[in-house]
Write a protein that binds this ligand. Structure first.
Ligand code: ATP
Ligand code: MG
Length: 237
């Protein structure tokens, strides 16, 4: 379903290149729910953005459903992303001038789906994430946890093959965090959507089927397979 092969990534700041991901390889099967763990600056968001096709790696290949998204041209990639990839952001990224239902429908507006079908799908998803009564409100009228539910519903409306979530509970209190993680776990079970969830927190990661850990740009750990022992420079931190 998702295969990451020998990914390296470097950023240029001034005249210097800094490598932030070192030779990362792993595979995720269809329907799996995987946590990507690691401390601040370890490269989690960079890796997620690469896998979601939001930027290109310096080296390596990323296959989603056997398509190498690194090799894809911009137009094809944009279309591929709209159809196959969902993304949930820490800061929700909802459009404030649209209602909750319109936000959820938005990805389908670009796919010439009829308004009545869009509406029906959006309302069904708002039901799934537990806020069917908020459809006609605006994002500013919702709590953070409710806004994240909207963004989860929006990510699902195109029925993507995989959803990437970058610290989806990073702005939420621990009770709301539990609720949101429970929703993601349930959606993974019922819709069989593949999820890759970035988190700082071991308690969140432990609830998922597998955990990958990044340390200083090295993939150091996969809890449910043979330990992948690429040593981080300078040892444990
Ligand atoms: N656009 C950029 N230009 C230069 N360096 C960058 C850029 N984006 C990220 N970096 C660097 O890459 C490294 C990894 O950053 P990344 O955002 O992937 O970390 P992260 O694990 O998501 O951290 P956090 O938990 O704080 O979100 C950091 O050292 C960061 O400074
Ligand atoms: Mg990050």
């Amino acid at each position: 379903m998702l295969r990451v092969e020998n990914i390296k990534h470097a950023f240029k700041t001034g005249n210097e290149w800094t490598t932030v991901l070192h030779d990362i390889s792993f595979e995720v099967k269809e329907g799996e729910m995987v946590a990507l763990l690691g401390s601040s600056g370890s490269g989690k968001s960079t890796l997620l953005n690469l896998m979601a096709g939001l930027m290109k790696p310096t080296e390596g290949h990323i296959y989603i459903a056997d398509h190498d998204i690194v090799q894809m041209g911009e137009n094809k990639l944009a279309e591929f992303r709209r159809k196959h990839i969902g993304f949930i952001f820490q800061a929700y990224e909802l459009i404030t001038s649209l209602t909750v239902r319109e936000n959820v429908e938005l990805p389908l507006v670009f796919q010439s789906v009829s308004p009545s079908v869009r509406k029906e799908k959006a309302l069904a998803l708002l039901e799934q994430v537990g806020i069917p009564d908020k459809a006609d409100l605006f994002p500013s009228q919702l709590s953070g946890g409710q806004q994240q539910r909207v963004s989860i519903a929006r990510s699902l409306i195109t029925e993507p093959s995989v959803i990437f979530a970058d610290e989806p509970t990073g702005n939420l209190d621990s009770k709301t965090e539990e609720e949101i993680i429970a929703i993601l776990l349930r959606l993974n079970q019922t819709m069989k959507t593949t999820f890759i969830v970035v988190t700082h927190e071991h308690e969140v990661a432990e609830q998922m089927q597998r955990t990958f850990s990044l340390r200083d740009g090295y993939l150091i750990h996969d809890l449910n397979s043979e330990p992948d022992t690429v040593p981080a420079p300078g040892g444990a931190g």
